[in-house]
Design a protein. Sequence first.
Length: 226
Amino acid sequence: MFKRFSGLSRDPLGSMARGLGKITGTYLTENQYNQLTALTNQLAIDYTIEKVVQNYGSNTEDLVKELLIQRNIINYTLNDVYTRRLKYLENKMVSDPRNPDTKSKKDIIVDTMSKLTTILNSINAKLQELDPDNVITNKLMADARTKTGSSGLSYSVTSDPSFWLLMQSVDFKVLLAGLGHILSAVGNVFGSIIVGLMSGGMKKIKTRKQSKTKKSKKTRGRRRCV
């Protein structure tokens, strides 16, 4: 019991601020951070620029568009989500410096951010090679801004390169879908499943399978009657 309230007694304002942050959604839940870390670790294993490039052949504009989307997803994850997590853990270490779990969690986040930074550097290097003067990038951004003024348009992380620049905050499910999109771009089946789940695609697939099963049963029943 004493251990539970030791941080509160050392740093009451910090503990209250962290508690309020969890309630208001400033900080994700422990389970959500674990999911993001697992996805990042998978990215570190699977991701290479070459795997992305081979999907586009000689279509440079679409390749640049894809890399811009990936860069913005990773930038958001690094500079917003993981940075907040790191700050939270650093403040918690001040409140309760003798808790070994907090330092262990901080080390995991630092390692996770390092992995994402490595991927980000490779994306930036490829963009510099493909579009050194930002001609394609500026065109894509201008097109996206023009679309922003249109009514009735729904934006997808997989179609709008400015999506992650325009958003001030991103829902956790959208963030998962974004990281899943990067994984699916390098041929990871798990990433494709995540994108499908977040977009409702897996539900449609399941419905189609159930429909086929029902039709198959009806057909078998007719054959028995004949």
